[in-house]
Design a protein around this ligand. Structure first.
Ligand code: AGP
Length: 614
């Protein structure tokens, strides 16, 4: 997720653009850049790192005061956070400057086509492909908006593009597919941006660009068409938020915004990893299949929520690959003299990619000759850099300290890794892999369905504002979900909460159960095994002792109804994939309860987003 902005009008475009980027820096801060059009020539400055680095560059090497400019603050997906990979990207013929938010899935084939024509690429990004294609179109004489439409018809994936052309003073074009773009409608000036935070101080009149649309913008005119040039309806709206709310997309907390971003975050994490021939592609894995076939043990190493994602991974990986999979808390793994050798695969999971405990653990693993694969959400972070290979999640920046979309995309990436290992090792038939991938691809709308039905969870939070303790139960992959639900409450509601394997209750923890203790229970789908019935029995056990049972169970599961004081229905998914839908209500419960208690949900006490000390 990146921050993009374009401006055309009487103000100094450079200033409007850079200020707008500052208000969207939470959307990405790997690099920043700005391009302006001055006297028929494009001038640009771009630097890796935060916008402060761009400011310093502009102080040394200023850009002229002009009325047309575009700017970008990057969350790296393809290509590390370097100056060359920073946006804007300028076409080889210096005709166009272009910025992009999203993932161009077919960039590799387009890049090969352009290289064959002699185009010399300056970056490793998918974005530069669009810049080169657009430069080729306008230098062949196409009108700028028509050129943009031609390019968009060739792109696959998710993209918001904004471009300026050296031969088109006072004009910019933009396009969007599966990635946001809003137009700010001013008086004698106009804006385009990823979100309204970028231009809210200048205008509250906005237009939401629809799917597969191109907008042609001058200071006095806005023309919207589809990708084939047909006029498209305009979707005007008035922005009612203040600036602070605008940075959170109108939500009260980044955490709440990130909970609602999960369908897209999971979809983006899965995007482009499943080939048309039905095979899984983890191109970034760069570990020969022969080495993956020689693996005889997997150890997943992580902290906090990432560790719980690893616990989910264990069930999936062992089921699909039949390789023994241990899951270790990084700070413990590091010091327990683990049994590791060249046949061990260590999988490390980290949203930030900077967690010191996790970093020390993988350094130890590599000293013991283990292969290390990182699952990370931060391109170019230390942990992926020090791993043999990386699978990036594409959740976009996660600002809330309590992980939500980071966790769910880690789980999705773990499934991808498990299926890939099964494919390489031949422990699953292609049609079995296809079936799981098909169900995985169908989960984002199911996550959205859960999000749309969170009303009861919000009411529930109001009932428990005064509670002193909450327990969470689950079996199989429901157990890590229980742990994650408890952690969320601890982190942001400062409440004692504990997750247990439901079967473990009778071995001690059931002594905690007394009248009115709220207990969440994640119930597995009804199926062939006894898992479901065992959990129903556990619900009866705690209810018989006065617990207030909040039951999360799939639609149509009537067996739980007599024992549920509160019943929250989940969409039907297979057992292994249930964490993708069961976790969401627990995230929202914690967010709601902490909000009602008046706490800072995004920056809870004693915590940091990335724990870079051991
Ligand atoms: C999760 O809500 C917490 N913020 C924390 O447990 C976090 O998951 C843990 O510190 C690991 O962080 P990482 O994923 O960035 O390595």
């Amino acid at each position: 997720m990146c921050g993009i902005i374009g401006y055309v009008g009487p103000r100094v475009a450079r200033e409007v653009v850079v200020d707008g980027l500052r208000r969207m820096e939470y959307r990405g801060y790997d690099s920043a850049g700005v391009a302006v059009l001055d006297g028929g020539a494009i001038e640009f400055r771009k630097k890796a790192g935060k916008i402060a680095n761009l400011d310093a560059e502009l102080a040394i090497s200023p850009l002229p005061d002009t009325g047309l400019g575009i700017g970008h603050t990057r969350w790296a997906t393809h290509g590390g956070p370097t100056d060359d990979n920073a946006h804007p990207h300028v076409s080889a013929n210096e005709r166009v400057a272009l910025i992009h938010n999203g993932i161009i899935e077919n960039f590799a084939s387009l890049r090969s086509e352009l290289v064959a024509e002699g185009v010399v690429f300056r970056s490793q990004t998918d974005t530069e492909v669009a810049a080169q294609l657009l430069g080729r179109e306008v230098s062949a004489g196409a009108d700028l908006a028509e050129a943009m439409r031609t390019v968009c018809r060739r792109l696959e994936g998710a993209f918001t593009l904004v471009a300026i052309d050296a031969d088109n003073a006072g004009r910019l074009v933009a396009a969007r597919r599966n990635s946001p773009l809003v137009v700010g409608v001013g008086d004698g000036e106009n804006f385009v941006a990823s979100d309204v935070a970028a231009f809210i101080e200048f205008t509250r009149h906005a237009i939401e660009l629809g799917q597969d649309e191109v907008v042609d913008v001058t200071a006095d005119a806005i023309t919207i068409t589809d990708f084939f040039g047909e006029p498209a309806p305009s979707h005007p709206f008035e922005v009612t938020w203040d600036l602070s709310a605008a940075e959170k997309g109108g939500y009260d907390w980044f955490m709440r915004k990130e909970i609602y971003e999960q369908p897209k975050a999971v979809a983006d994490t899965l995007l482009g990893r499943y080939a048309a021939d039905g095979s899984l592609k983890l191109d970034e894995l760069h570990i020969p299949a022969s080495e993956l076939r020689s693996i005889d043990k997997i150890i997943v190493v992580a902290c906090g929520s990432a560790y719980y994602a690893g616990l989910v991974a264990k069930y999936a990986i062992e089921h699909w690959t039949r390789i023994a999979c241990e899951v270790e808390i990084a700070s413990e793994f590091r010091y327990r003299d683990p049994i590791i050798d060249g046949s061990t695969l260590v999988v490390t999971i980290s949203q930030s990619g900077e967690t010191a405990d996790t970093l020390m653990a993988i350094r130890h693993a590599r000293e013991q000759r283990a292969k290390v694969i990182a699952i990370c959400n931060t391109n170019g972070a230390t942990i992926p850099r020090e791993s043999d290979a990386v699978i990036y999640t594409h959740a976009g920046p996660e600002i809330g300290v309590a992980s939500t979309k980071g966790f769910l995309t880690q789980v999705a990436a773990c499934y991808l890794l498990g299926l890939y290992l099964a494919q390489v090792r031949g422990t699953m038939f292609d049609d079995e892999i296809h079936a799981v991938m098909t169900e995985l691809a169908a989960t984002p709308p199911l996550i959205q369905q859960v999000l749309d039905g969170l009303g009861p969870i919000k009411e529930l939070a109001a009932r428990f504002v005064g509670t002193k303790s909450v327990l969470f139960l689950g079996r199989h992959v429901g157990y890590p979900v229980a742990l994650e639900g408890a952690l969320k409450l601890k982190e942001i509601a400062y409440l004692h909460a504990e997750g247990f394997p439901a079967g473990e209750l009778k071995h001690g923890p059931i002594a905690l159960v007394e009248g009115g203790v709220p207990i969440f229970v994640v119930v597995p789908p009804q199926g062939r095994d006894q898992l479901h019935d065992k959990v129903v029995s556990n619900i009866q056990e705690v209810r018989a002792r006065g617990a207030l049972t909040i039951v999360l169970a799939e639609a149509g599961d009537a067996e739980v109804e007599p024992y549920a004081d509160v019943l929250f229905r989940l969409p039907k998914v297979s057992t292994l994939l249930q964490p993708l839908v069961a976790t969401v209500p627990l995230q929202m419960f914690a967010c709601e309860l902490a909000t009602l208690k008046g706490y800072d949900v995004d920056q809870p006490r004693n915590l940091a987003k990335s724990v870079t000390v051991e």
